[in-house]
Design a protein. Sequence first.
Length: 89
Amino acid sequence: MHVSAARLLLLTGAASGVAFGLFFLWLRSPLPLAVLGAVGFGSIFMLVVASLGDDPIAADEAWRREAPDLASDPTPGAASDAERADQDP
């Protein structure tokens, strides 16, 4: 799941707005504390959402497909990334 930059900013803004409303309106926090809470929540939200779409095996296959001159043949008997992922406990 890859999230575009515009969608990430929109989702982060909405989540920060909800967090601000929760702190300021419902919990009756002072304005600076509500802003800090919303910024903190939005920052964590953005980091989590941005990290959801990374697939290292797909990324590796993509650059090998686009730059075959940089990809060397694996040594005989060496495990591929997919095989190593299957063997990890």
